[in-house]
Design a binder for this molecule. Structure first.
Ligand SMILES: N[C@@H](CCC(=O)N[C@@H](CS)C(=O)NCC(=O)O)C(=O)O
Length: 201
């Protein structure tokens, strides 16, 4: 049986990266397929929901939607709690990350610099403090559910790392200062030996 394939763009951020990290940490040998935008155009129509990442495994229908892929990998490989209620709580945080991306993502596509700045500053003033406060309340520490790393931690790390590091223009890092558990979680994932190993490859 051939190894499964995770298909995404060749960028170290966002939804595909969190799936690659989960596969690597779980120790699953996989084909890390990275598409250029041109290659993607010819594949888009065949993707289940017209978007990446997708995860293909022999004998199974191709899986789409990052949270579904993460949930499946998490349940199969001990990267989600065994308790269904606690596992659903982790999934709720992953859904919250997708909601946050739905707010931030459109600002990436704004062409007018003044418009982009205004949109990002508005998110920094109102949306992010509220969203982070909600997520902060969910974190046991250091990881979401305590000592064990989960796929929800990987998703928070990939989504929040650039924001906490000040890499997103017009979203100042002091927005995140009132949320020490969130910062500690992102730091703990970054220092996890398997995450370090993934970025050292
Ligand atoms: N809800 C989907 C969103 C997928 C999504 O928007 N993927 C982007 C990349 S992160 C994409 O494929 N963009 C190219 C396109 O839509 O053609 C998920 O969580 O996987």
């Amino acid at each position: 049986m051939s190894q499964p394939t995770l298909t995404y763009f060749d960028i170290p951020t966002s939804r595909g990266e969190e799936c690659r990290l989960a596969l690597f940490i779980a120790g699953v040998p996989f084909t890390d397929e990275r598409l250029s935008l041109e290659q993607w155009q010819s594949r888009k129509a065949s993707a289940p929901f017209g978007a990446l990442p997708i995860f293909a495994s022999e004998g199974r229908p191709t899986l789409s939607q990052s949270n579904a892929i993460l949930r499946m990998l998490g349940s199969q490989h001990g990267l989600l709690p065994a308790d269904p209620w606690e596992s659903a709580r982790h999934e709720a945080v992953m859904c919250a990350v997708e909601e946050m991306r739905a707010k931030l993502g459109p600002t990436n596509r704004l062409k007018d610099p003044a418009e982009k700045q205004a949109a990002r500053e508005a998110l920094a003033r109102t949306y992010f403090p509220e969203w982070c406060a909600q997520v902060e309340q969910q974190i046991t520490g250091p990881f979401l559910g305590g000592a064990a790393l989960s796929v929800a931690d990987l998703k928070l790390f990939v989504a929040m790392g650039p924001l906490l590091a000040g890499k997103i223009d017009h979203v100042p890092t002091d927005v995140f200062e009132p949320f020490p558990k969130l910062a500690a979680l992102v730091g703990a994932v970054e220092q996890h030996p398997k995450v370090v190993a993934w970025y050292a490859r």
